[in-house]
Ligand binder design. Structure first.
Ligand SMILES: NC(=O)c1ccc[n+]([C@@H]2O[C@H](COP(=O)([O-])OP(=O)(O)OC[C@H]3O[C@@H](n4cnc5c(N)ncnc54)[C@H](O)[C@@H]3O)[C@@H](O)[C@H]2O)c1
Ligand SMILES: O=P(O)(O)OC[C@H](O)CO
Length: 342
């Protein structure tokens, strides 16, 4: 079926998702804040800052007119960084209706309110009905999606009809979409893996090897699952694409912004220097603070997150943080997976 779709956010991921939709012959409007970027995309069919050297489909049209972009289409894909939402959500709310269906592809948790993206959207967009909201997540770097390399993701919604509608809209031979109704698990898996990716990057930056990285991924998954289940997620979601799938890709891919920022920190850059060098959003930094606060609030043990918090926010030496993780009290593995407060 053909859909009119508006994509909000013309960074790496918004552009790559727009390309999938345009490949599927959907009528795509891509909204950006930048007039220069919109003109360039429409004239040259390229978005060089975010998607290098890959031409955009000619049926992909960019605009800076947010009102027009929102009122013309019932289907919205929201792909701006999580830090933009408190400003943007109330503005979007002005121009949507109760019929509007939004899928967001944002991976973060707000460190002040401790709200996930869906909760922020539902709070600041009262016209958006909870059943009209969906989440797109899973192992998917924009750089590979733009090259039409095989990618699988999950679209999660409380409404299976809404999830299936977005599945139908996005799915093609290169981009396989599964549905899932565990919105909490899908949202937390996507946000929390960024913390572990920062850790994997730091580990590589310090010169540690594959053993250390495999341990971070495995024990990272244990603490992501522990917090997620405590907050109401289905544990099986963390064994899926939005859990271990995304964790693997983000901890091991040269495309990962979080991994690369971590590597720069491990190599001796300050956190500020590392973020500045990335020039793209590194969601894991804010999410580390949010997850650290959530772990304290809910008495859920998250040792890797805690050490990352100390490195990022209290200037702790990264090598010392690894030593502290290695020297933790002796444990049984299965018991350690389950333990809430130890
Ligand atoms: N890049 C990926 O491969 C990828 C994959 C999956 C999920 N994500 C998630 O998608 C989200 C966006 O990431 P990205 O990689 O596209 O980021 P990016 O840094 O490539 O682009 C961000 C875009 O948002 C715009 N923006 C920033 N602040 C804004 C504001 N206040 N209002 C409106 N627009 C604003 C920027 O101008 C830019 O166009 C993040 O939550 C990220 O975790 C990214
Ligand atoms: O580049 P990263 O680290 O922000 O990760 C992007 C995606 O979340 C990978 O699925």
């Amino acid at each position: 079926m053909k859909y009119g779709v508006t994509v909000l956010g013309a960074g790496s991921w918004g552009t790559a998702l727009s390309m999938v939709l345009a490949d599927n012959q959907q009528e795509v409007t891509l909204w950006t804040r930048s007039q220069d970027q919109a003109v360039f995309i429409n004239q040259y069919h390229m978005n060089p800052k975010y998607i290098k050297d890959i031409p955009l489909p000619h049926n992909l049209i960019a605009t800076t007119d947010l009102e027009m972009a929102l009122t013309k289409n019932q289907y919205i894909v929201l792909v701006t960084p999580s830090h933009s939402l408190y400003d943007l959500a109330p503005i979007i709310n002005q121009w949507i209706s109760n019929e509007t269906k939004i899928v967001h592809a944002i991976k973060g948790i707000d460190p002040e309110s401790l709200l996930c993206v869906s909760d922020i959207l539902l709070t600041y967009m009262p016209k958006l009905l909870p059943e009209n909201l969906a989440i797109l997540s899973g192992p998917s770097h924009a750089e590979e999606v733009a090259l039409r390399k095989p990618t699988t993701v999950v679209i999660s919604s409380k409404s299976i009809t809404v999830a299936e509608t977005f599945q139908d809209m996005f799915m093609n031979q290169n981009f396989r979409v599964y549905t899932n109704t565990d919105t909490i698990g899908v949202e937390l898996g996507g946000a929390l893996k960024n913390i572990i990716a920062l850790g994997a990057g730091i580990s590589d930056g310090l010169g540690y090897g594959d053993n250390a990285k495999a341990a971070l991924i495995t024990r990272g998954l244990a603490e992501i699952t522990r917090l997620g289940v405590h907050l109401g997620a289905d544990p099986s979601t963390f064994a899926g694409l939005a859990g271990v799938g995304d964790l693997i890709v983000t901890c091991t891919s040269i495309h990962s912004r979080n991994y690369r920022a971590g590597k720069l920190i491990g190599e001796g850059n300050t956190v500020e220097e590392a973020i500045a060098k990335m020039e793209m959003v590194v969601e894991g930094v804010r999410t580390t603070k949010a997850a650290y606060e959530l772990s304290k609030k809910h008495h859920v043990t998250m040792p890797i997150t805690t050490q990352l918090y100390e490195i990022l926010f209290n200037n702790k030496n990264a090598k010392e943080a690894v030593e502290n993780l290695m020297a933790r009290v002796k444990k049984d593995e299965v018991e350690a997976n389950l333990s809430i407060e130890k």
